[in-house]
Design a protein around this ligand. Structure first.
Ligand code: 5RP
Length: 227
């Protein structure tokens, strides 16, 4: 008898699979979230048998930094790194072209910065994250606090309904506005347009920094999508 894998087990599966994309001795870019936590766990296990498996990591959040350091992994400031071979991160939604919505964990700005340092973005996700069109997941937008109401009005003109995420201040001291009611059919143009709204720090559409690879956790195992 086979038992279905839980979402947590699917995340662990892709977290382990992502190790194959990290060159021995490299510095790896590390995202944020429950799926990335599994990748960090796998990295910690790999270091036990091979202490030189990675030279260190560049992290996208305080949360991931704490987890990496707890496992004895050196975290380098992103300012000290000019490029990374690979950046591993999860997504809230990913489409069939590798475009993503990210920021469910409020770490989108640092995620975009670290992703931009990397030659390759490997997205790790369970299969529930794969969508035809981005926008069902409320779109996270990091905003300067004084601009929040203005940004919400700008989204209303685009047909979206924005709400400030309660009780959340980002690692950069800003607010997150979550926007529902959008159907993002042209992610690259959308990202460029939203970046023009004053007070928007980062929009959670990752088009310029889309994934080149997605390791998708499915009941049949890890499915690799390349874009
Ligand atoms: C954090 C993110 C995460 O990658 C995204 O929310 C997915 O998280 P999880 O792996 O917990 O489902 O963008 O800002």
């Amino acid at each position: 008898m086979t038992t279905a894998l839980t979402q947590d087990q699917l995340k662990a599966l892709v977290g382990r699979a992502a190790l194959d994309y990290v060159k021995p001795g490299a510095i790896v870019g590390v995202g944020t979230g429950s799926t990335v936590d599994k990748f960090i766990d796998a990295l910690g296990e790999a270091l036990q048998s091979d202490p030189a498996r990675v030279a260190g990591a560049v992290s996208s959040s305080v949360r991931s930094t704490q987890r990496l350091e707890a496992l004895g992994i050196r975290v380098l400031p992103s300012e000290s790194v000019t490029s990374l071979g690979v950046y591993i991160d999860g997504a809230d939604e990913i489409d069939h072209s590798g475009y993503m919505i990210k920021g469910g964990g409020a770490a989108l700005t640092r995620e975009k910065i670290v992703a931009d340092l990397a030659e390759q973005f490997v997205c790790i996700a369970d299969e529930s994250k794969l969508v035809q069109t981005l926008g069902k997941f409320p779109l996270p937008v990091e905003v300067i606090p004084m601009a929040a109401a203005q940004v919400i009005r700008a989204f209303a003109r685009l047909g979206g309904e924005g709400k400030v995420r309660e009780g959340v201040i980002t690692d950069n001291g800003n607010l997150i506005v979550d926007v529902t009611g959008l159907s993002i059919t042209q992610p690259a143009q959308f990202e460029a347009d939203i970046n023009q709204i004053p007070g928007v720090v980062t929009v959670g559409v990752f088009a310029r920094n889309r994934a080149q690879v997605c390791l998708l956790g499915t009941p049949a195992g890890v499915k690799t999508l390349t874009f």
